[in-house]
Design a protein around this ligand. Structure first.
Ligand SMILES: Nc1ncnc2c1ncn2[C@@H]1O[C@H](COP(=O)(O)OP(=O)(O)OP(=O)(O)O)[C@@H](O)[C@H]1O
Length: 699
């Protein structure tokens, strides 16, 4: 079949017409035949099963029943009349209800004649009822040929009023198959199809829209999901390969004094194997001649900072500058202090630039940066300002990338003739398969090992009613010289209620702990006040820090060994894990107490149980992903992975892995897809790139 026919505008399809075409375009994004073909049902009504009235449950959704109407009556109600029929089968009775169209129904319904009815049931007044059922006489029902599973297309229920009901989509879909003959060329090679026992494309398309049986529907869905994920992976892998070919990078082939000295003489501890492995991966990127674009994932406290420093030292050894950008002022300062300390024995000049750097200092930094007197510049997004010009920026490290957009990442590139190498660090663990899809253009390194000697944080869940015991425990810890975080949810900083909760909490803690000093930090404070309070806690002048989630990212106070999270049920799992990561950073046993009321949803219970049972960020991320779907995961908003037409990145994880494996094997053997057997892949890939249809979400 000529694939171009699929590019025909939807207006040309018989039965569509200008009005519907407009609706299809505007409401469903269907512009062409191909768009319509790729508009997949999101569920199917199983019309193979018949229920008996006695089998109905309150949770049953759509059901099909055979029975007779024995009696019809009109019931007066406040907002008009209701027509109610008693419907009986050999096991019991239910009601059918109509709120409109009474006259027609009265005239046409046959009493005591067998009907097949279909619809949603409600439990009302101690009886099951079905409003506005689909009805057909059994006699008629038997005469017709029908597909077992009836597809339901997304949003058609909402659009039905405007004239695009499910039935309409069904009809025009039939028309589409008739006009195109339904003979879609196969987009996968025979080799893949045979290996994975995939059904042909045409058969898959037909069965996804008009399933002949459950079994064929499952096969059709598997084949199409595989194909969708396969082409995404193929595209990501090709993009990554091209990037490496096209984007030349500075070659850092020297390992000189800075790196060598530091490694041999000034390492404050032995590196973990994971840190060593990641440094090796980075070194190999930096020497390869292509620009490095690497994502460094490491759980909270896994030791990313030292890896970042060692990468920067390689840049310096090759006479380049490096910079490190963090999302907040506090974090920049912390990185600055930490790195200065680590480099105290080296001859390296490190500067800090943030929004609050004074003008005079700022000028000095600008100047020194341009003439190469600064080796490492650390700061917030102030580093992105046009005035900040490097002499030769060789490596840019970005901490916590989800706070910076992709566009900002690109801005750093423009600071040079050649783009600097980029290392993105994140403490938000993203399950590997998701990361592969989200950051396909970045290579991924993972620090999956914590430094030795860490005691796992003990996490417990306590109800508000046990608060006094919790307070007693806090007192004991403070007496041992430790510090405590108490965190309140302040998700919407503007929400007055949250703010009030925080202030009430602060007051009750001040009353409960009259002998202790308390810091308070929240988003409505001026940055300078925030820093002042934070600083007092960091220096150990205050014992308790009452805060909102502003402390979530990266704050490092090793003496703080206890974290209380108030209304813990209101936090997402990843966020709870990030918060908990603020403790357990020193040698002492640390604790995390999750406080909640007694009323908890099932999801909240799962979140709390997960936190109590594991400290592993990746495990937590997997659960989080299952609970929330990828939409809410940090950073995924920019990626468009959600625009998948048929596959589900979470549920179809195994298919995703298989798809990636096959895409990788094929490209390894035939990177340009030049061989005869891969011709179909090359052709399809070119079509996808050209028409940007379902794959246009990967920029
Ligand atoms: N190999 C190691 N052995 C012992 N201690 C280490 C090792 N690596 C790092 N550390 C220490 O562990 C602590 C956490 O390291 P670091 O701050 O780099 O973590 P991180 O990965 O940046 O975590 P976060 O994202 O939570 O800030 C630091 O005090 C650091 O000195």
């Amino acid at each position: 079949m000529n694939p171009n026919i699929l590019q025909t505008p939807i207006d040309y399809l018989k039965g569509v017409g200008p009005g519907r075409a407009d609706l299809l375009r505007k409401e469903l994004g269907i512009h062409t035949y191909q768009d319509l073909l790729n508009f997949f049902p999101n569920r199917y009504l199983d019309k193979t099963r018949f229920y008996k009235t006695a089998q109905l449950e309150r949770t049953s959704s759509e059901v099909q029943i055979v029975g007779k109407i024995t009696h019809l009556k009109t019931v007066e109600q406040k907002r008009g009349k209701r027509l109610v029929a008693d419907f009986v089968d050999d096991t019991g009775k239910m009601e059918l209800v109509w709120f409109r169209g009474h006259k027609w129904i009265r005239e046409n319904l046959k009493i005591n004649t067998p009907y097949v009815i279909f619809g949603k049931t409600n439990w009302f007044n101690g009886m099951f009822s079905m409003p506005h059922p689909e009805m057909e006489l059994v006699e008629e029902y038997k005469k017709q040929l029908r597909t077992a599973m009836q597809p339901v297309y997304p949003s058609t229920e909402l659009l039905a009023k405007k004239g695009v009901s499910n039935r309409v989509i069904n009809k025009i879909m039939q028309q589409l198959f008739a006009e195109t003959n339904g003979k879609f060329y196969d987009t996968l090679t025979t080799e893949i199809r045979e290996e994975l026992k995939l059904i042909p494309k045409a058969e898959a398309m037909f069965n996804v829209h008009f399933p002949k049986s459950q079994e064929l529907l499952a096969k059709a869905q598997f084949r199409l999901k595989f194909e969708e994920l396969f082409y995404i992976q193929l595209q990501l892998l090709i993009k990554n390969m091209l990037q490496k070919k096209k984007i030349k990078g500075f070659v850092f082939d020297q390992i000189g004094e800075n790196f060598g000295d530091f490694y041999k003489e000034h390492l404050p501890f032995e590196l973990t194997n994971a840190q060593k492995r990641v440094i090796k991966e980075i070194r190999s990127d930096l020497g390869s001649g292509a620009q490095m674009n690497r994502l460094l994932q490491g759980d909270v406290g896994s030791g990313k900072t030292i890896v970042a420093l060692m990468a920067m030292l390689i840049a310096l050894d090759n006479n380049f500058q490096a910079c490190l950008m963090a999302p907040t002022e506090i974090l920049s300062i912390q990185h600055y202090q930490g790195l200065k300390e680590l480099c105290s024995e080296l001859n390296v000049s490190i500067y800090l630039l943030t929004g609050s750097t004074k003008t005079k200092k700022r000028r000095e930094i600008h100047e020194k940066l341009e003439n190469g007197e600064i080796d490492i510049l650390i700061g917030t997004h102030a580093l992105l300002e046009d005035k900040v010009k490097f002499k030769n920026l060789g490596l840019a490290i970005i901490d916590e990338q989800h706070r910076f957009g992709v566009a900002q990442r690109a801005k750093l590139w423009k600071k040079n003739t050649l783009p600097p190498h980029i290392l993105v660090m994140t403490a938000t663990p993203i399950p590997r398969t998701l990361a592969m899809s989200l950051y396909g253009d970045l290579d991924i390194s993972v620090i999956d090992e914590l430094p030795p000697g860490r005691k796992p944080i003990k996490t417990v869940h306590r109800y508000d009613s046990n608060r006094l015991k919790v307070f007693r425990f806090i007192k004991e810890e403070i007496q041992k010289g430790r510090q405590v975080y108490i965190v309140y949810p302040l998700i919407q900083e503007s929400e007055k209620m949250d703010y009030k909760d925080l202030m009430d909490g602060y007051e009750s803690i001040a009353r409960e702990f009259p002998d202790n000093q308390i810091s308070i930090v929240h988003g409505q404070m001026k940055p300078a006040d925030k820093d002042y309070e934070m600083d007092r806690f960091v220096r150990g002048e205050t014992q308790i820090m009452v805060a909102t989630t502003v402390i979530e990212v990266g704050v490092n106070v090793p003496n703080a060994s206890m974290m209380i999270i108030e209304s813990a049920e209101r936090f997402g799992l990843s966020q709870l894990h990030q918060l908990r990561g603020r403790v357990g950073r020193g040698a002492e046993q640390s604790f995390c107490i999750l406080m909640t009321g007694h009323k908890l949803s099932n999801d909240s219970k799962t979140r709390l149980q997960t936190m109590v049972s594991t400290n592993d960020g990746f495990e937590i991320a997997e659960v989080d992903l299952k609970l929330r779907g990828p939409g809410d995961m940090m950073g995924t908003q920019q990626s468009g992975v959600l625009n998948l037409k048929i596959a589900d990145i979470v549920k179809d994880n195994d298919i995703l892995k298989t798809a990636r494996y096959h895409a990788l094997q094929i490209l390894k053997e035939d990177p340009d897809l030049a061989s005869e057997k891969n011709a179909v892949l090359k052709f399809t890939y070119a079509q996808l790139v050209k028409h940007k249809n379902i794959w246009n979400y990967i920029s």
